[in-house]
Design a binder for this molecule. Structure first.
Ligand code: CDT
Length: 307
């Protein structure tokens, strides 16, 4: 018996500033229904999947942006997505901006089982961009103003008869994200992203965005013997072009499905969780081959230290 999960990576095209939550939820439900027709057990939506990518603008008073954040999940507006998923018997993973009762702001992703139970909540650890307004930029990437970095780390949960972890966008560029989950026996990592193609601090990287996206997820999958599902919010949003190229990567590091457009698009793959063991019990048998005693610098220091 193999443990196969049929997974739908539900890429979204742009969400403009004037698009309502109701319109967006209707798009999510449309993708969910397509996934049901394709036999999916689980649908993965992008990072901040309910709104436009608002960190591209700076406001002096952060509370002016409260309407971009969710204070409850499900809420009356998102409930139809939860209801439809439960009715269809499909699980899903959804990214959104979270405002807690204590006033903390997190970039959050939740995992919902086929019976509608919220299995897990993950809050983004690696927050990229800048804290202050940078008026000379063509657009802001003020995630560090809008979100607190989570100290909860990278969990792995038993769901869909597999060991499932989550990360969000910039987390995928850091090998530590995958390895912390790898050390908990992760078999499936779900990752939503919004990646502007134009990287203002070093535009020479623009042409490499697709390469780097694949590079980090393929190597993270292979080096930890895990499936990785990376799902974009893509296309030209408020004049800013963001990377598509959503993909499902096998524990071998091979891409088994990839988006072809920058619009709402579902890609589907049958993912055998037992494939992970071909890697985790051989080349990447951590218990046999890792040398944590010589890796102490990794947690002892943050930046480069020169002697
Ligand atoms: N959303 C997100 O984390 N985006 C970043 C952009 C980095 S440039 C500030 C990413 O790593 O794709």
């Amino acid at each position: 018996m193999t443990r196969t999960i049929t997974i739908g990576a539900a890429q979204l095209g742009p969400i403009q500033k004037n698009h309502t939550r109701q319109q967006v939820v209707a798009r999510l439900i449309n993708l969910l229904r397509q996934a049901h027709s394709a036999g999916c057990d689980l649908v993965v939506f992008p990072e901040l999947a309910l709104t436009t990518f608002f960190p591209r603008w700076f406001v002096e008073n952060i509370s002016e942006t409260d309407h971009y954040y969710e204070t409850e999940m499900p809420s009356p507006i998102t409930a139809p997505l939860f209801d439809e998923a439960k009715k269809l018997g499909i699980g899903f993973c959804l990214g959104y901006a979270e405002l807690t009762p204590q006033g903390e702001r997190f970039n959050t992703q939740i995992l919902v089982e086929k019976d509608g139970t919220v299995v897990a909540k993950y809050r983004k650890v690696h927050i990229p961009g800048h804290e202050e307004h940078e008026p000379d930029r063509a657009f802001q990437h003020a995630e560090r103003y809008y979100f607190t970095p989570s100290n909860e780390g990278f969990g792995v949960w038993k769901a869909f008869d597999a060991r499932v972890g989550m990360m969000i966008c910039n987390d995928r560029r850091w090998p530590e994200s995958y390895r912390v989950m790898g050390l908990q026996g992760v078999e499936l990592i779900l990752c939503g992203y919004n990646t502007p193609i134009h990287y203002i601090p070093d535009p020479s990287q623009d042409i490499l965005q697709g390469f780097h996206n694949a590079l980090v997820m393929q190597s993270g999958a292979y080096q930890n013997g895990t499936w990785v599902v990376g799902v974009a919010k893509a296309g030209v949003e408020e004049g800013i072009d963001s990377l598509g190229q959503s993909m499902i990567v096998a524990p071998s590091g091979q891409i088994v499905a990839q988006a072809l457009t920058s619009d709402d698009e579902l890609l589907v793959a049958r993912c055998d969780m037992d494939w992970c063991q071909k890697y985790t019990k051989t080349l990447f048998d951590f218990d046999r081959y890792r040398r944590p005693e010589v890796y102490t610098r990794i947690t002892a220091q943050r930046g480069v230290e020169l002697d």
